[in-house]
Ligand binder design. Structure first.
Ligand SMILES: C[S@@+](CC[C@H](N)C(=O)[O-])C[C@H]1O[C@@H](n2cnc3c(N)ncnc32)[C@H](O)[C@@H]1O
Length: 434
C-alpha cells in the first residue's frame, strides 16, 4: 500500500480522540465497535481535521488494492462496515485533502463492490435532495433558510485557533450573564479545485463572450462550448435522427458554436427551431457571415419553419408548448444552469413537445469532472427521465483525452475550468416508454 494510504498518514496527531476512535474502528472493519460508536449521524460524518479522512474513506482505503491475502471474511467485514456507515448517514461525496471522495478511493484501489455502494448512496442522497428542492420551492422563505445555513457552516482552518470566548445569557431573568470558554473542534477545510467554480445562469447571460480557436469562452474564462465536443455532437445527431431521413421536425436548445445546428441542417429538416438566450450569441448568429441569419430563416419550406427563437428556453419553450408545436428530435445543451433546470425540461416540457415516436437527447456533462459524480448523475437522470415517461439508452463513446488530460494545457489552454475529465462519454437516447 502506498505511504499516502497508510493509517499513520491518514489519522493525524491533531485528530480529536472521539474522531480517532471512529476512524480506527472503521479502518480495521471492526463492525461491532463501529456500531457501538455511531450513535448520531455526526459521528459517521466526522473528519480528521488535517487529512479530511472520514470513516468511509478509512473503511475503503484500508482494503488496499486487491491481493492474494484478501480473504472472503475481510471483504465481507469491509462491505458491512461501509454499509453500516452509510446507514448512519456517512456522506458519499466528502473530499479528503487529496480531493478524493470515498468512491474515488474505491475506484483508484480497484474495489468495484465498495465503489458501487458509494454510487448507490450518492443516488439515494441526490434523489432525496431533488425531493427537498421541490418542497423548498413551495416555502416562501426557503431561500433565506438556505442562505443562513450556508453562512452558518463557516469552517475553522487548522487546529491552532484560539478557543472562542462566548457569552451565554440567561433570558429568563435577564441578569445572569456567564462567560464561558468553549473549545471549538478544528474542522477540515477541503482543498479548492477548479471544479468549485460556480457559474450562475443570470451572470453568464450578462457576461461578455469570445469566439476563438474552436472555443466559446465567457469573460470569467469558462469554456461554454469547445470544438473537442464535435464528435459527441455528431453521435448525438446520429442517435436523434437514425437513418437521417429528410423532413424531420427538430428543436435545438442552446446554439453555442452552432456545431450541432450545422449538422442538423445537413439532414434537410422540415422544421428547424433553435432557442438561444445570450445576446452575444444572438449577435453572432445574425452577423453577415452567419449560416443561421435571415437568409437561412427565409430558406425554410414555409414561413417560420427555420427559426432562431430569441430568449431563455424557460420562456420560449413554454410558448412553443402553448402553440402546440411538436418535434421528432429535441436536443438540449445549455450552459450555466443547474440540474434542476434540466430535470424541469424532462418532466414539464418533453411530454408536450416531443412526438410520441420522437427522440430526445441532451449533452450529458453532469458531474463530468469526477467519475463517481458522473455515475451517480447517470442513474439520477435516468430515474427522472423515467418519471417523465422516457426510456433511456446509454451509448458509451470513448473520448480521446490526449489534449484534455491537463488543466490549462492542450484544449484547455485559456479555459479556467476543466469541466470534462473522463475517457468515456455516456450518450443518452430517450424515447417514450411503451
Ligand atoms: C454549450 S453551448 C451549446 C453548444 C451547441 N450544442 C453546439 O453544438 O455548438 C450552450 C448554449 O446555451 C445557451 N444558453 C444558456 N442558457 C440558456 C437558456 N436559459 N436559454 C437558452 N439558451 C441558453 C448559451 O448561450 C450557449 O449558446
Amino acid at each position: 500500500m502506498a505511504d499516502q494510504d497508510s493509517i499513520l498518514a491518514r489519522i493525524s496527531v491533531n485528530c480529536p480522540p472521539e474522531t480517532q476512535r471512529v476512524l480506527t474502528a472503521a479502518w480495521s472493519h471492526d463492525v461491532r465497535a463501529v456500531k457501538k460508536l455511531l450513535d448520531t449521524p455526526d459521528k459517521a460524518r466526522c473528519q480528521d481535521p488535517q487529512t479530511g479522512e472520514t470513516p468511509l474513506h478509512a473503511a475503503i482505503r484500508s482494503c488496499g488494492a486487491p491481493s492474494e491475502d484478501d480473504t472472503p471474511e475481510d471483504l465481507e467485514a469491509a462491505h458491512k462496515t461501509v454499509y453500516e456507515l452509510l446507514l448512519w448517514g456517512a456522506i458519499w461525496n466528502d473530499v479528503d485533502d487529496h480531493s478524493e471522495t470515498p468512491g474515488c478511493v474505491a475506484q483508484r484501489l480497484n474495489r468495484p463492490e465498495l465503489y458501487n455502494l458509494c454510487v448507490d448512496a450518492g443516488v439515494r442522497a441526490e434523489m432525496i435532495f431533488g425531493l427537498l428542492d421541490g418542497y423548498e420551492k413551495l416555502s416562501s422563505d426557503g431561500e433565506d433558510d438556505d442562505e443562513e445555513m450556508a453562512n452558518g457552516e463557516a469552517q475553522v482552518e487548522d487546529g491552532d485557533e484560539a478557543p472562542e470566548l462566548v457569552s451565554v445569557e440567561d433570558d429568563q431573568n435577564g441578569t445572569d450573564v456567564v462567560d464561558e470558554l468553549v473549545k471549538e473542534e478544528p474542522t477540515f477545510q477541503p482543498p479548492k479545485n477548479d471544479s468549485d467554480v460556480d457559474v450562475k445562469s443570470e451572470a453568464y447571460l450578462r457576461s461578455k463572450l469570445t469566439y476563438s480557436d474552436g472555443k466559446l469562452v465567457d469573460d470569467a474564462g469558462n469554456g461554454v462550448m469547445m470544438a473537442w465536443e464535435t464528435d459527441v455532437m455528431r453521435r448525438s445527431v446520429d442517435a436523434l435522427l437514425p437513418g437521417k431521413e429528410p423532413g424531420k421536425r427538430i428543436l435545438n436548445i442552446g446554439f453555442g458554436m452552432g456545431i450541432i445546428d450545422t449538422m442538423f441542417t445537413e439532414t434537410k429538416p422540415a422544421r428547424h427551431h433553435i432557442i438561444e438566450a445570450h445576446p452575444e450569441v444572438l449577435a453572432h448568429i445574425s452577423a453577415p457571415d452567419s449560416k443561421f441569419g435571415k437568409a437561412w430563416e427565409e430558406s425554410g419550406p414555409e414561413p417560420g419553419a427555420f427559426k432562431v427563437h430569441q430568449g431563455k428556453w424557460q420562456d420560449v419553450a413554454l410558448e412553443l408548448l402553448h402553440s402546440g408545436q411538436m418535434y421528432d428530435a429535441i436536443y438540449f445543451d445549455t450552459f450555466g444552469e443547474d440540474y434542476a433546470q434540466l430535470r424541469m425540461f424532462f418532466t414539464e416540457f418533453i411530454p408536450g413537445l416531443l412526438d410520441t415516436r420522437g427522440i430526445f437527447g441532451f449533452f450529458n456533462g453532469l458531474g463530468a469532472d469526477r467519475k463517481i459524480c458522473y455515475d451517480v448523475y447517470t442513474k439520477v437522470s435516468e430515474m427522472h427521465l423515467s418519471e417523465a415517461g422516457l426510456d433511456t439508452d446509454w451509448d458509451e463513446i470513448p473520448v480521446d483525452m490526449k489534449e484534455l488530460a491537463e488543466a490549462g494545457k492542450g484544449e484547455w489552454e485559456g479555459v479556467k475550468r476543466r469541466y470534462w475529465t473522463l475517457d468515456t462519454y455516456r450518450l443518452p437516447t430517450c424515447t417514450f416508454l411503451g
